[in-house]
Write a protein that binds this ligand. Sequence first.
Ligand code: 5GP
Length: 189
Amino acid sequence: MARVFVITGPSGVGKGTLIRRLRETIPELRVSVSATTRPPRAGEEHGRDYWFLDDAEFDRRVGEGDFVEHAEYAGRKYGTLREELERHLGEGAPVVLEIEVQGARQVRETMPEAVQVFVVPPSFDALRERLESRGTDGADTIARRLEVSRVELESQHEFDHRLVNDDLDATARQLETLVREQLSSAGAV
Ligand code: 5GP
């Protein structure tokens, strides 16, 4: 039964924007707030955008089995908290996880029923331009993220569903259709 949706793909591909659009059209979808050790960006809030943890706290929670999946990405740790996911599922809501590829692989192992969507950039240059223009990261961070993206893009064929984000409106509609189909085949909508 499709209750968990994983949206993955390289940093800057538009996962966050697509998920925001998806929640406008399917408001019952919940987004799981991840934990991370990276510092907050301007405007980000603890508990809304991420649970911002220090390294020791993150590691302690890994040790206690608090994460459904976790991974190191460009030198920082990220993970999905079990309590976040279970709280939403326990309330009967479908949940979206916005995670990088290593985490998506872990979810594929532990929750094979989760629907996984890999968002593909129209080109590598488009990804670079997006990361540069959104202005959230410095040049070093962008370079590091682009390195990771090359590797992530090679894994796109592991994923059952791939969407090329060449036109935001069209891609958002495709994602909505996919999620609605999965929810209705699960008897939820
Ligand atoms: P950012 O630092 O740009 O917010 O996120 C960097 C990368 O980490 C993105 O690809 C994002 O999707 C991913 N990410 C965010 N939360 C999680 C999580 O809980 N687990 C994993 N594995 N990746 C995450």
